[in-house]
Design a protein around this ligand. Structure first.
Ligand SMILES: *Cc1c(COP(=O)(O)O)cnc(C)c1O
Length: 366
C-alpha cells in the first residue's frame, strides 16, 4: 500500500499538456554539475581498474575526514545492492533483520536483502512517522521461541525515513544500545543521508553524530538521489564487519572496473561541499512547496517537512486534474496522501508552476 510504485497514477500514459516528473522522486533529476564535471575530468587518462586508482584512495580518505573516524568505504551501483550487501555482512542466514514496515529494504528491494543474506527474514515493525522506537524493537526481540524463530541479527534504520522524518542522535543511540545489548548490528539505510545531515546541521549534529557516535555499524550513503550517477557508498564504522566485504561486492556484480568514475564524483561533491549544499537546497525547496500548499483550502499537509519530502492530502478531483495536466507524483499515505519529492535540481519556477496548476485544479479550472 505504501510503495509509490505499486500504484502509478492511472493517467501516467495519457496525453497531457506537460510531462513533469520533478516531484515524482528525487531520483528523477539528472547529474549535478560538480559530478558531471568530475566524470569528464576523470575521462582524460588511463588509470588502474577495480578501485586500485588514486581517485578511489582519495575518496576513501574523504569519507574518513567527513566522519572523523577510520571508516572503511566501498562503492556499489545502487541503494538496493548497498543495503542487501551490507545486511549480508551483518546478519547470518538463520537470523532476522528488524526494520520499519515501510522500510525500503522490505517494500522496494524485491527480496534482495533476503537473497544476499542467504535467507535472513525481515521483520517489519510498526511505528509512527516511519520511525522505530525501543519499545517496538524490544517487543520484537522476544518473538518466537528458541530455534523455531530466526535469531535477531540486525536492526535497520532509515535516515532520513521513508516518511521524510529524522531520527535524532539520541533516538539512534537508544535504538543502537538496545540492539547491541542483544547482539544485533546496526545498519542505516541512508539513501537520503545527505538530506538528514543538512537538516541536522541546524541542530549542531554532524555526520559522525548521526552515525558511529550514535552506534551505527554500517551506513549506506546515497549518492544517486543527491545528484550522482549510479553510485552509493557503503561505509563501515565497525571495520570488523567489513571483513571480506570486497568479495561480496564482486560476487554480486557490484565492483566497477572503471571505479574511478564513481570515486571522482564522490571526491567532487565531498571536497567542494556540494553534497551538503545540494541536500540543503532540496530541503529548502520542500519547505517552500509546503508553505505554498499549507494555505490552500482543500490541501492538508500530513507532515511538516524536515527534509526534502512533502506529504499532502489532495482532493481526488484536484489530484486527477494535476495528473491529467501531466504532473507525476505518487500516492503514499492512504489513498489521497501524496508524496512530493524535491531534489538538488528543483527550481522555484517549477514549484510556482505546480502551485498555480493546483490552485486551478482546486477551483475546477485546470
Ligand atoms: C531510493 C532509496 C533506496 C535506493 O534505491 P535504488 O533504486 O536501489 O538505488 C534505498 N532506500 C531508500 C529509503 C530509498 O528511498
Amino acid at each position: 500500500m505504501l510503495s509509490p510504485y505499486a500504484n502509478p497514477p492511472a493517467t501516467l500514459s495519457a496525453m497531457s499538456a506537460r510531462h513533469d516528473l520533478t516531484f515524482a522522486s528525487d531520483n528523477t533529476a539528472g547529474i549535478c554539475p560538480e559530478a558531471l564535471a568530475a566524470l569528464n575530468a576523470a575521462n582524460a587518462s588511463c588509470v588502474p581498474s577495480y578501485g586500485e586508482d588514486a581517485t578511489t584512495a582519495r575518496a576513501h580518505q574523504l569519507f574518513r575526514e567527513l566522519f572523523a573516524t577510520d571508516c572503511e568505504t566501498f562503492f556499489v551501483f545502487n541503494g538496493t545492492a548497498a543495503n542487501a550487501l551490507a545486511l549480508s555482512a551483518l546478519c547470518a542466514r538463520h537470523q532476522s533483520v528488524l526494520c520499519h514496515e515501510i522500510a525500503h529494504i522490505d517494500t522496494d528491494e524485491c527480496g534482495a536483502p533476503e537473497f544476499f543474506t542467504g535467507g535472513s527474514k525481515l521483520l517489519p515493525l510498526p511505528g509512527a512517522s516511519g520511525q522505530l522506537t525501543p519499545a517496538t524493537v524490544a517487543a520484537a526481540l522476544t518473538r518466537g521461541h528458541g530455534v523455531h524463530f530466526p535469531k535477531p541479527g540486525a536492526l535497520s534504520l532509515t535516515q532520513s525515513t521513508e516518511h521524510g522524518t529524522l531520527y535524532s542522535p539520541a533516538a539512534i543511540r537508544a535504538l543502537a544500545d538496545l540492539a547491541h545489548a542483544h547482539g544485533l548490528a546496526v545498519h542505516m539505510d541512508g539513501a537520503r543521508f545527505a538530506n538528514a545531515c543538512a537538516a541536522s546541521a541546524a541542530h549542531g549534529h554532524s555526520p559522525a553524530d548521526l552515525t558511529w557516535r550514535a552506534g551505527v555499524d554500517v551506513l549506506c550513503f546515497g549518492g544517486t538521489k543527491n545528484g550522482l550517477l549510479t553510485t552509493e557508498a557503503v561505509v563501515f564504522f565497525n571495520k570488523t564487519l567489513a571483513r571480506d566485504f570486497a568479495y561480496r561486492v564482486k560476487q554480486a556484480g557490484q565492483l566497477a572496473s572503471k571505479q574511478r568514475f564513481a570515486s571522482a564524483q564522490w571526491c567532487a561533491i565531498l571536497e567542494s561541499g556540494a553534497w551538503l549544499r545540494h541536500a540543503t537546497h532540496a530541503n529548502a525547496q520542500a519547505r517552500k512547496l509546503a508553505a505554498a500548499l499549507r494555505v490552500l483550502p482543500g490541501v492538508t499537509l500530513l507532515h511538516e517537512p524536515t527534509v526534502n519530502a512533502v506529504f499532502a492530502q489532495l482532493t481526488p478531483a484536484a489530484a486527477a486534474a494535476l495528473f491529467a495536466r501531466g504532473w507525476h507524483f505518487h500516492p503514499f499515505i492512504g489513498e489521497h496522501g501524496y508524496r512530493l519529492m524535491c531534489s538538488w535540481a528543483t527550481t522555484d519556477d517549477v514549484i510556482n508552476d505546480f502551485v498555480t496548476d493546483l490552485k486551478s485544479a482546486l477551483n475546477g479550472t485546470l
